[in-house]
Ligand binder design. Structure first.
Ligand code: BES
Ligand code: MN
Ligand code: MN
Length: 462
């Protein structure tokens, strides 16, 4: 295969404008007010797959948002790559923290992206990274460089837990049969430090409700005499970590995979500057579980975080009140061997146990998923590694990520295949945050690297 660069140079303006068109549609899966936009986005993906050379593309309806499925099968004796991505995005709020509107994409230069970055919700997670695969397919089909079969499965509910995709996968094992799954929905260490994600954390997400008195009360007349649900909730949440920032739920760590000293030493070789990390976040110290480095805390260790907490009066000025109810949303990131159903059950019984007399506690589980690991001796990992070496001029570093893509472990279970996570985003791209962006360099580098994965994967499977 010749260099992909000339094709990219000739077409890069179009690649950028096409992505910008996609980013203009607010495909927010969590908010039903955007239903039409989510559906429009699915149609746009369908058209783009047809144009990029798929022989067959269909919109597969589900009880929720549709899955766009496309394929180009050239020879059943050749390997098949299944590409997964998602066209839905996170809600953009808080809107006032965006420098430009989230669905009016603009290109701006940053320190890390002197070639420009596209600012918009979904630019990196995952429209930009998903679209790299569509454009890589366009390159391969138009230049007669597609060496194997390819299937695309792009869903619209990743950001809300992929419930309908799970059902779809279980019901369509034959259709989705493949030799390897390829996903770009993670990041890499730095533009000059290519890395391949070899692990994702699992997730258990719960909501808790603490109820005190049957109605809101005057905080002077009743304060001090009844349990205040907000005070109690704050105390209960604080007790979930001890002074070493270990999680106190009994049994929580029982199945946690302990890495060997060798593996931890290997991990510690990845370039990382604590000073830069603190500077980028404007914090004077990092914080976390005793005995572990920052990179370990956010990848190989399980965590528990409050994602939202509310109750009582939060409007302008002061209102003297003891609320009847207080709430919090809590996520636990899990590591290999921790089972999310088991952890959810442990959390529920512990949280109910620690509730003091005078309040009632309700724990409602939301979604969750298992963690995932790709072994670096897998042929897909080796093919990806060679592809990065080809386009970055460096052997990529394997890196466990702290994020979750719960459907990946289900793919392994149902389709019996491993997933290769070729992410091209940077941690500083602000996914799920205001001012999300994706570097144009990263976007084009992804389009350049992906075809080499197909080539090497096909050769290595011969
Ligand atoms: N693409 C992210 C996950 C991710 C990002 C993994 C960066 C590794 C590096 C995905 O869209 C996501 O946001 N996942 C959610 C879980 C999901 C069930 C809502 C997450 O990790 O919070
Ligand atoms: Mn994503
Ligand atoms: Mn996401």
């Amino acid at each position: 295969m010749q260099s992909v660069k000339p094709y990219i140079n000739d077409n890069k303006n179009r690649f950028i404008t096409e992505l910008i068109e996609l980013l203009k549609i607010p495909s927010i899966s969590a908010d039903s007010a955007y239903k039409t936009d989510v559906l429009t986005t699915a149609d746009m993906i369908k058209t783009s797959l047809e144009k990029a050379g798929c022989d067959h593309v269909e919109i597969c309806e589900t009880e929720g948002y549709p899955i766009v499925y496309g394929e180009k099968m050239i020879d059943k004796n050749l390997p098949t790559v299944l590409v997964y991505g998602h066209y839905d995005v996170q809600p953009p709020d808080p809107l006032n923290l965006w420098n430009s509107p989230p669905f009016e994409p603009v290109i701006q230069n940053t320190d890390l992206h002197p070639e420009g970055a596209i600012f918009a919700r979904g630019a990196c997670d995952d429209k930009g990274q998903m679209y790299m695969h569509v454009k890589a397919l366009e390159y391969m089909t138009s230049q007669n460089e597609l060496p194997c079969n390819v299937k695309f499965m792009i869903e619209g509910e990743e950001e809300v837990g992929s419930v309908n995709l799970s059902k779809f996968v279980k019901a369509n094992r034959e259709k989705l049969a493949n030799d390897v799954i390829l996903i770009s929905d993670t990041g890499m260490i730095a533009k000059d430090v290519p890395s391949i994600t070899t692990g994702l954390r699992g997730l258990s997400y719960v909501e808790v409700e603490v109820t005190g008195p049957n109605r809101d009360l005057h905080s002077g007349l009743y304060g001090g005499a009844v349990a205040n649900p907000i005070n109690v909730l704050a105390k209960m949440i604080a007790s979930l970590h001890d002074d070493n920032n270990h999680i106190t739920i009994p049994g929580f760590y029982d199945k946690v995979e302990e890495l060997s000293a060798e593996e931890r030493a290997e991990m510690a070789k990845a370039p990382f500057s604590l000073e830069d990390y603190k500077k980028a976040l404007d914090i004077d110290a990092v914080y976390g579980e005793k005995g572990y480095s920052t990179n370990e805390r956010n990848s190989i260790r399980p965590t528990l975080d409050v994602n939202g907490i509310w109750g009582g009066y939060t409007g302008e000025g002061a209102k003297t009140v003891i609320a009847s109810k207080a709430y919090a949303k809590i996520s636990m990131r899990l590591v290999p061997h921790q089972d999310w159903h088991e952890i959810t059950a442990l959390f529920k019984s512990h949280f109910e146990n620690i509730a003091p007399a005078g309040v009632k506690v309700k724990v409602t589980p939301h979604h969750g998923g298992q963690g995932y690991v790709t072994p670096i001796n897998h042929v897909g990992y080796k093919a990806a590694s060679k592809a990065y070496e080809q386009t970055f001029g460096k052997v990529p570093i394997p890196q466990r990520s702290g994020g979750s893509i719960p459907i990946v472990s289900l793919f392994e279970q149902e389709l019996n295949s491993k997933t290769i996570l070729m992410g091209f985003g940077l941690d500083s791209d602000a996914i799920h945050s205001p001012n999300e962006h994706f570097g144009i360099w990263n976007y084009l580098k992804g389009i350049e690297t992906i075809p080499w994965f197909y080539k090497y994967f096909t050769e290595m499977n011969a």
